[in-house]
Design a protein around this ligand. Structure first.
Ligand code: PEP
Ligand code: MG
Length: 322
């Protein structure tokens, strides 16, 4: 199997009916980067910047952050990297950040909420990213956005930092693209407004599922209670990809769903063409894609998501189909 996946490394990610895919990988530390070449990923679809903060004993300074981002971009060697701004709080705790007791940390003061309330922190990270990507492309997305206005405020901070760097004659990125992670269900009903503002979106299916079904992703009693291929959630995922395509805004999915073959099949059927996953999943997912007829799958899957279809168990359907 491993040898079979290695042989696939340099083969294109294309289905039997000629539909092309972009398979990227998720990463969070420099040690992950060699996988880019080993696994044949098209880029880093999600770089979790909080990892550097979680392994440090105190807040990494601007220069340390910049050095890390430079090394990531160097290692990617021209392949695209999508950085995600700090996603701390919730299940991601920093020992040196005085933690406040919260009744519901997943829905608490975390990620971009914390960044907007402590703009010094976020601006430092943004400055480090802008400097690291000087003369290159920078792709940056913000986690846990629940309202379009949060993205606008984050973008303002980027613009302020950019102005500051220019004023001091620092080199800046050649091109900057700013995006949002779709991982809070409230965004599902602001997609038109959101898509009019962003350069790209990336579905964080881990958190989106957690909030969509109200099941704590870290609580084993409930985490697996509902099928991730339930009709409601699949309709939500379809709504995102349809709206993004219509608005001509690139859409990726970077949660764990993308790395599981049956779930990834469902994503293909819904219309997702750009997936980011853990490096170990790239081989199996590429093998699945190359044996699949995407058009035929969509034609069989989509009617099953319509109201009143007698067969509601999508997992069983996909198992039989596979
Ligand atoms: C997600 O929520 O799906 C995601 C990709 O981000 P994380 O798992 O880091 O919360
Ligand atoms: Mg998330």
């Amino acid at each position: 199997r491993q040898a079979q996946y290695r042989r696939l490394r340099n083969k294109p990610s294309v289905t039997k009916d000629g539909v092309e895919f972009s398979l990227q990988m998720n990463a969070g530390l420099l040690v992950d980067l060699p996988h880019l070449a080993e696994a044949g990923a098209a880029g880093v679809g999600l770089f979790r910047t909080e990892l550097q903060f979680m392994v440090a004993s105190s807040f990494p300074r601007m220069r340390e952050q910049q050095a890390q981002y430079e090394q990531v971009l160097d290692a990617a060697d021209g392949k695209p990297v999508t950085f995600r701004s700090l996603d701390i709080g919730g299940d991601k705790v920093l020992p040196y950040l005085r933690s406040i007791q919260e009744e519901n940390p997943a829905m608490g003061w975390r990620a971009l909420r914390l960044g907007l309330d402590r703009p010094g922190l976020l601006r430092t990270q943004i400055r480090a990213l802008l400097k690291a990507a000087a003369g290159r492309d920078l792709k940056l997305m913000f986690p846990m956005v629940a309202d379009v206005s949060e993205f606008m405020r984050a973008r303002e901070l980027v613009e302020k930092e950019l102005k500051h760097l220019r004023r001091h004659n620092h080199a800046v990125p050649e091109k900057i693209r700013l995006g949002v992670m779709v991982e809070v269900p409230s965004l599902l009903f602001q997609l038109d407004e959101l898509l009019a503002q962003v350069d790209f979106v990336s579905v964080g299916s881990n958190d989106l599922f957690q909030f969509f079904c109200a099941v704590d992703r870290g609580n084993t009693r409930v985490a697996d209670r509902f099928d991730t291929l339930n009709i409601g959630f699949l309709r939500a995922l379809k709504r995102i990809v349809d709206k993004a395509n219509k608005a001509h805004v690139p859409v990726t999915l970077c949660g764990e769903l993308a790395g599981r073959p049956l779930e990834a099949m469902a994503l293909v059927g819904l219309g997702y063409r750009d997936l980011s996953m853990s490096p170990a999943s790239l081989g199996p997912i590429k093998a699945m894609l190359r044996s699949l007829d995407a058009g035929r799958l969509s034609a069989r899957l989509l009617p099953r998501l319509e109201p009143g279809h007698p067969e509601a168990n999508i997992r069983d359907f996909l198992k039989r189909y596979a």
